[in-house]
Design a protein around this ligand. Structure first.
Ligand SMILES: [Zn+2]
Length: 469
């Protein structure tokens, strides 16, 4: 049996230096510099061409699909094994103690934007394939390292790639956690909206404006409501005691036209587990729904939200709750809540459901609930649940390989999030983050331990060989 760990040890300096060189290329989406063949801008194109050129120089067959995505191939045979990676990174943001695009080596870690997500793992997979190629073993399948360039925004890379290239029979994406993520919830973004007439009697309490949240997959961390009408003082007083009794922070202001602004701070977390955060929009709407003097449009907004979804991320009140042993509960995150008097109101929903839930029923339940406030819904995006059978060859091979290299049991993971692996028909997420390591993806001082980088490289080499031999 080939000892892949030893083989990788022999080239470890090269793996580390190539990874650092790759990380020094800034590869953030910049559509202002996009042009034909460079759909995501100059920086991504330069990084992408650097990698494809390197692969070609090192003896691989490479193919580019109009700058959206490409592959690096080795092996012969009918079937294709796919390894799906991406080289685009999220913007660096603030708070770094090392420059984000210099790939400094400190205390056994490479620090750079993209170190763990996903340029480090991409280079690990590249060297895994290169080591397999140079070991002289013969493969009965073609192995394609598929390089995406738009994972962090809209996945236009894989969309374009799979329209033009063959779908692998199976594969993995080194873009999440070890051991193996084999099951992911379905994810649907919906928008419920209505036009607003803006009619209210003088003495009625009215919402002039309400805004909370910017992204459907995040729990909003702030909400602001602008009120008019006569009961404002009662509302203001009650709001202050509400903040105190609930231990919330917030603010009350009055603008030049005498309208009251209520500001409530919540806690933002990823929308896949809304209960870990505090939805500022729902809390504020729920507070406002206690008052009875609202005009009808304002009332529909605050009661639909406060009465149904506040502190109920499982959709119990809407009658759509569902639980699955592996994947947990169906969840509902209201990520955008807006009301602009005289114009429109919209509520953005991020629904996540296990494959055992009935999507149509859940959608109907939401439609019905929002229709009580005269809101109608449209689906913005819908990704079906993604699952590879536990008994599949893919899962059993990767399990064996992982256990052999780590001495740990390869527990299968089911998650509410979506990984890049769902772009493959038969694909799982496989690394690169080892259990117990802090997840620094998208954070300042993103880093990868060189020890983990090399361990992942050996695991990927072994996996490629076992899947394609
Ligand atoms: Zn990623």
């Amino acid at each position: 049996m080939m000892n892949w760990k030893e083989r990788i040890d022999e080239v470890k300096e090269t793996v580390i230096e190539d990874t650092r060189a790759f990380l020094r290329h800034k590869s953030v989406l910049d559509e202002s510099t996009a042009s034909p063949g460079k759909p995501f801008g100059e920086d991504i194109a330069r990084t992408y061409n650097w990698l494809l050129q390197k692969a070609e120089n090192e003896g691989f067959k490479v193919k580019d699909f109009d700058g959206y995505a490409g592959h690096i191939e080795y092996g012969t045979g009918e079937d294709i094994i796919g390894i799906l990676c991406h080289l685009d990174v999220v913007p660096e943001g603030d708070g770094w103690t090392s420059p984000p695009f210099e790939a400094e080596l400190k205390d056994g870690r490479i620090i750079a934007r993209g170190a763990i997500d996903d340029k480090g793992p991409t280079m690990a997979a590249y060297h895994a394939l290169k080591t397999v190629k140079e070991s002289g073993v013969s493969l009965g399948k073609r192995v394609r390292l598929i390089i995406g360039t738009d994972e962090e925004s809209q996945w236009r890379c894989v969309e374009h790639y799979f329209r033009n290239a063959e779908m692998p029979v199976m594969g993995f994406a080194p873009d999440a956690d070890f051991p193996i993520i084999y099951s992911e919830k379905g994810i649907c973004d919906l928008e419920y909206s209505r036009k607003l007439e803006g009619k209210s009697e003088n003495d009625q309490l009215a919402l002039e404006d309400f805004r909370s949240g910017q992204r459907l997959n995040m729990v909003p961390d702030q909400a602001q409501a602008v009120l008019s009408g006569q009961e404002q003082e009662a509302v203001t007083g009650a709001f202050r005691s509400f903040l105190e009794s609930e231990n919330f922070t917030g603010d009350v202001k009055t603008n030049d036209s005498g309208q009251v602004h209520l500001i409530l701070n919540g806690k933002s977390v990823h929308g896949m587990e809304p209960d870990k955060g505090i939805n500022a929009g729902l809390e504020l709407a729920s507070f406002l729904s206690r008052f009875s003097g609202w005009d009808s449009e304002s009332s529909a907004f605050v009661r639909t939200l406060g009465g149904t979804f506040a502190r109920d991320s499982r959709g119990k009140t809407a009658g759509i709750a569902h639980h699955n042993e592996e994947l947990g509960d169906l969840t509902v995150n209201l990520g955008i809540l807006e009301f602009i008097k005289g114009e429109m109101s919209r509520i953005g929903v991020n629904l996540r459901y296990p494959e055992t839930a009935d999507f149509d029923q859940a959608k109907e339940g939401l439609d019905h609930t929002f229709s009580k406030g005269s809101y109608t819904g449209t689906i913005i995006t819908h990704e079906k649940p993604h699952k590879v059978a536990e008994t599949s060859r893919l899962v059993s091979v990767l399990k064996d390989v992982y256990e052999r290299h780590t001495g740990e049991k390869a527990e299968l993971i089911a998650i509410g999030g979506g990984t890049y692996a769902r772009s493959l028909n038969e694909g799982v997420a496989f690394g690169p983050l080892f259990p117990g390591r802090a997840d620094l993806a998208h954070q300042p001082d993103e880093a990868i331990h060189t020890e983990d980088l090399l361990k992942a490289t050996a695991i990927y080499a072994d996996a490629i060989y076992e899947l394609a031999k």
